[in-house]
Design a protein around this ligand. Structure first.
Ligand SMILES: [Mg+2]
Length: 325
């Protein structure tokens, strides 16, 4: 398959949905026209085979994940996704593989008004770089720095599923039709990006959970110059994770430290939680509260401090405390 054919395949499947996409695939560059008063949020992520997804991941799932992780970053900013570019490096330009990859990418976009407006294909080790561009009103971006004491900390969906799925991946052929295993593997392979734009006006700060809840919350606390008290037992868990985790300790560890869930962690006034939940289709669980005292205080169901979680907020470097960001 010649290089341009992936782009042709994309173009044939990707008639522009958006009126503000003025030129899409087929010219030397795309031309888009943001509405007056809107600003652009721009993010890019590279996924490398063997590092960000197992080497034997199906093409559909690679296409899905490459798109979803980028749309999740836009969601964390409260931006409505609008445009994507997709750069693919692959050892073999294989037609059926590319078709599956495009199928997965389009499935991750779903019904959203998002156009893939450009791309590139090169021969090389398998990796995918996606750039995602979203829009939001000027001055309205949801950042990591907006958390204020008194906010509650809330998280969408459930935590720890993807990390459990990664643990189950090597033996997946032996797990037969177990629906819990299938669910957890799907959570790893096909993360669902959330509609951050819908809750932008209700939240003060946001981040998506890619490195683990504890670490990502730590980024918000550091950027906002605040602390938090988190109730470990409040972290949302799927029924599948509850059934498949060997112990409560394993489950809590996966929920706290597991990455790749791509849920949103928001801070917002307690009075806004019900309205935010109503605008999402994935649940929104309050897990703690922002406090003015710096530091992360993690408590169990009995109110007892849990130092191992507090000290293991990897990447959290509050005022030069411990670890590196
Ligand atoms: Mg992120």
């Amino acid at each position: 398959m010649r290089e341009f054919q992936l782009i042709d395949r994309l173009a044939a499947r990707l008639a522009a949905r958006r009126a503000d996409t003025q030129l899409t695939i087929g010219d030397d560059a795309a031309v888009v026209a943001p509405a007056p008063g809107q600003v652009l949020a721009i993010t890019t992520d590279t996924l490398i085979s063997g590092r960000h997804f197992p080497d034997d991941t199906p093409a559909f799932d690679i296409g899905w994940k490459a798109i979803a992780v980028n749309l999740s970053d836009l969601a964390a900013m409260g931006a409505a996704p609008a445009w994507l570019t997709v750069a693919l490096s692959t050892p073999v330009l294989d037609g059926p593989w590319c078709d599956d990859f495009v199928d997965g990418a389009l499935a991750a976009i779903g019904d959203a008004a998002v156009d893939i407006v450009g791309g590139d294909t090169t021969r090389g080790p398998l990796s995918i770089t996606v750039t995602a561009i979203g829009m939001l009103p000027a001055g309205a971006a949801l950042t990591r720095a907006g958390a204020v004491p008194g906010d509650v900390v809330a998280v969408t969906g459930t935590l720890g599923d993807a990390a459990k799925g990664l643990g189950l991946w090597p033996a997946r052929a032996d797990t037969g039709g177990d629906p819990d295993t299938a669910f957890l593997l799907r959570r790893l392979a096909r993360p669902q990006w959330r509609n951050g734009a819908a809750v932008r006006a209700l939240a003060h700060a946001g981040i998506d959970v890619s490195d683990g809840f504890g670490a990502d919350l730590g980024h918000v606390l550091a950027a906002s110059g605040v602390g938090a008290r988190i109730e470990l037992a409040a972290l949302p868990a799927s029924e599948a994770l509850r059934r498949r985790a060997a112990t409560d300790e394993e489950r809590r560890d996966l929920q706290w430290r597991g990455g790749d869930d791509y849920e949103l962690c928001l801070t917002l006034p307690a009075a806004s939680v019900d309205a935010a939940r109503a605008r999402l289709d994935c649940g929104l669980t309050v897990v703690g509260v922002i406090e003015s005292e710096p530091g992360l205080r993690v408590v169990d169901a009995h109110g007892r401090r849990c130092p191992p979680f507090e000290s293991d907020a990897a990447g959290w470097d509050h005022f030069g405390g411990r670890g590196a960001v």
